[in-house]
Design a binder for this molecule. Structure first.
Ligand code: ADP
Length: 369
């Protein structure tokens, strides 16, 4: 008997991540690296054909879901790929020069390799399409928004959508309020979202994933005047490299972009780095509590949010004024969805993210499968 499955693809500039899902069952997952590099596959088409050759027998790919970073203002939800849609996604490369071109290559490869199988683009920006203008506008000349698309878009939307929905299900089931959530996706990239009754109303990443929290190698927020100064000193390209690749945990600590290494380093600079990161998180959560005029619950996810108990403890330690009280024993437990606050506290949850599962869910919704 053949089973039908959804193939989820996440194409990076030199990589292709894939997962094959049959319902909620994961049949296969993997990562092809070094695409276009010596010793690797020449292109995404070649990488994909090897992935397809390795699929289990007796499985038919029913549909393919593609992670696409930037949907601009045109794409507010997951979308079936047609030639026009593909052209529009490719045109968004202006807004996401690093991220959208590989996704387009992945889509082209899938269309060629499996003709007749529907492809769906699932956008990282889509969950944040509900941001109100007062949250997405920068105080720049308005024409830069209308003519140039310069505004906050937000990213990690698939993850924020998944964990906010799960949190509402879990809390709702327990009879708890879950109207006003802050979700924290803390991985190598990091972003916070304010989710009001299931809808994203603000998020910390902006026009690009560079804005907001302290990240592995990205600076997050800083004075635009500092960017101008760096531009004068080092030029545009080097400034971009400094802000995207040499900043954040890595730049401030001088140790690594990996939080585990920063914690293990034990130097004064490493401690300072951790305090900057925590302070910025607490400040961001406080801002979103104000933005929603209240906060019912907090959700941690991503490699750091799911695994670093100390960071969660430090963040909640700064939020007692909002009614959060850490349950240290619960916070020390590893793995799975869990509550890390005391019974009298507002709930804070750890919810492992599942971006591939969420992409597959959206593919099914678009195709009515
Ligand atoms: P990406 O954003 O690339 O998907 P992840 O969500 O996997 O990244 O998060 C990666 C980060 O998670 C690592 O850089 C590391 O700092 C952190 N991390 C992973 N495991 C642990 C752990 N056990 N303790 C603390 N931090 C961890």
């Amino acid at each position: 008997m053949t089973r039908t499955a959804i193939l989820v693809l996440n194409a990076g500039s030199s990589s292709l991540k894939y997962q094959l899902l049959c319902g909620i069952e994961r049949l296969l997952s993997g990562l092809v690296e070094r695409i276009g590099e010596p010793g690797g596959d020449p292109d995404h088409a070649s990488a994909l054909s090897r992935v397809l050759a390795g699929l289990p027998p007796a499985v038919t790919v029913q549909a393919i879901g593609h992670r696409v970073v930037h949907g601009g203002e045109a794409f507010r939800a997951a979308t079936l790929i047609t030639p026009e849609v593909l052209q529009a996604v490719a045109a968004l490369a202006d807004l996401a020069p690093l991220h959208n071109p590989p996704a387009v290559q992945g889509i082209r490869a899938a269309l060629a390799a499996l003709p007749g199988v529907p492809n769906v683009a699932v956008f990282d920006t889509a969950f944040h399409a509900t941001l109100p203008p007062h949250a997405y506008l920068y105080a720049l000349p308005y024409d830069l928004y209308t003519g140039g698309g310069i505004r906050r878009y937000g990213f990690h939307g698939t993850s924020h959508a998944y964990v906010s929905r799960r949190a509402a299900e879990l809390l709702g089931g327990a009879g708890e309020q879950a109207d006003k959530l802050v979700t924290l996706h803390l991985g190598n990239g990091a972003s916070a979202a304010a989710v009001l009754r299931g809808v994203s109303v603000d998020t910390s990443m902006g026009l690009t994933p560079l804005e907001g929290l302290v990240m592995g190698t990205r600076s997050g927020d800083l004075d635009p005047g500092a960017v101008l100064r760096l531009g004068e000193l080092y030029g545009l390209e080097e400034t971009s490299r400094l802000l995207n690749k040499e900043s954040g945990l890595k730049g401030l600590s001088g140790v690594s972009n990996d939080l585990r290494d920063v914690r293990a380093a034990g130097t004064e600079r490493a401690r300072l780095t951790l305090s900057v990161m925590t302070y910025r998180l607490v400040k961001q959560i406080g801002a979103y509590a104000a933005a929603m005029n209240g906060l019912d619950a907090l959700v941690f996810t991503g490699g750091i949010g799911e695994n670093d108990a100390q960071l969660r403890a430090d963040v909640l330690g700064g939020l007692t004024f909002l009614g959060f009280e850490l349950d240290a024993a619960a916070n020390a437990v590893r793995g799975g969805e869990r509550l890390i606050t005391t019974p009298g506290s507002k709930p804070a949850l750890v919810i492992p993210t599942d971006e591939e599962g969420e992409i597959a869910r959206q593919v099914r919704a678009v195709l009515d499968l």
